[in-house]
Design a protein around this ligand. Structure first.
Ligand code: ATP
Ligand code: MG
Length: 313
């Protein structure tokens, strides 16, 4: 059986309950919710019953506990999460603007997960996994980049595969070395999961069709373009397939892309057809936006199947 690994930030998310522009005045908040893009991704993998693990760091504080408890409850191997009693768990404050966009205040680089590294225990964990998922948002600090690139080499040398979701946030795009690291990861990617303009991150092509052709020619095996409420499209050398999104009320979009990606990658590794993988992933993203909180909308396989069949009647 495949075991899926990810490496990167674990955070708590604290959400402003009223819409508005950022955090320059006092505003009511709710949280802490377990979060961090790779953590949401791997929690969704675990909930599907797929073997899964994450390499990260938290502080010896309640924010770390919130995350460890949730990941363990959902079946994720947390042995690669180091607990640093002298550090503080990462955090993200998020507030929705009236136009639906989000403003973040992140504490990532200077938190416990700013110093993720591959010790002997973590290397043994990497060696036990057959697939690595990389979130572009995790390339925020040199030690994390180094850990991810080393893990890619170990996993690919053993015949494993790599998926990559750029998951870019304006707030962190200009981290030192991030662009170069994104380019390096893309060159080793088997399954690429961009949304919107992320497709064109490193292409010369300016249209979607040309960008897809360019990326497939460069050695990427599968590209899945996420289109929010519009659904998603699948591309490989033989197949092009678009499926519309499920019609749901969007309560909180955070985590949709991560749950979508986790479900797609899990299905892909288990040899699902492109249509089945895309449909289950669309359902996973749709269920995620219906529930407030980044990781709160992760689904079991039974929940995804019930959700889809209720919409086919
Ligand atoms: P994130 O903000 O989490 O990084 P993303 O940009 O990576 O998100 P999206 O395209 O927003 O990814 O969402 C991923 C998938 O979730 C979509 O392809 C779709 O299947 C589903 N989804 C997202 N928003 C909605 C919605 N409003 N209604 C139905 N499905 C949705
Ligand atoms: Mg995303």
């Amino acid at each position: 059986m495949h075991k899926i690994l990810t490496i990167g930030e674990i955070l708590v998310e604290i959400i402003a309950t009223e819409k508005g522009d950022g955090f320059r005045q006092a505003t009511p908040l709710v949280g802490p919710f377990p979060s961090g893009a790779p953590a949401i991704f791997i929690d969704q993998v675990g909930k599907l019953g797929q073997a899964s693990a994450i390499i990260s760091r938290v502080g010896g504080d309640d924010f770390g506990h919130v995350n460890l408890a949730r990941l363990e409850a959902d079946g994720v191997d947390t042995s690669g999460i180091a607990v640093d009693p002298l550090a503080t768990t990462g955090s993200a404050f998020v507030r929705y603007r009236h136009d639906g966009s989000r403003a973040f205040v992140f504490n990532i680089r200077d938190s416990a997960c700013g110093t993720i590294s591959l010790d002997d225990n973590a290397i043994a964990l990497v060696q036990s996994c057959s697939h690595l998922h990389v979130m572009g948002s995790s390339l925020y600090a040199p030690s994390v980049v180094e850990s991810i690139l080393a893990a890619i080499d170990i996993i690919k040398a053993a015949g494993g595969t790599v998926s990559f979701d750029p998951n870019l946030r304006a707030e962190i795009l200009e981290s030192p070395g991030m662009r170069e690291a994104l380019r390096t990861v893309l060159a080793k990617t088997d399954v690429f999961l961009p949304s919107g303009a992320e497709l064109f991150l490193f292409t010369e092509a300016k249209t979607e069709a040309d960008a897809i052709a360019e990326l497939l020619a460069s050695g990427i095996r599968v590209i899945v373009v996420k289109r929010g409420a519009e659904g998603a499209s699948y591309f490989d050398a033989e197949t092009t397939l678009s499926l519309p999104g499920f019609a749901v009320e969007e309560i909180d979009p955070t985590g949709a892309g991560d749950c979508f990606g986790a479900t797609f990658v899990t299905c892909w590794l288990n040899d699902a057809s492109p249509r089945e993988a895309l449909e289950l992933a669309n359902a996973s993203g749709a269920r995620a936006v219906m529930i407030s909180g980044p990781m709160e909308g992760a689904s079991t396989r039974a929940e995804l199947e019930a959700f889809i069949s209720a919409r086919k009647d």
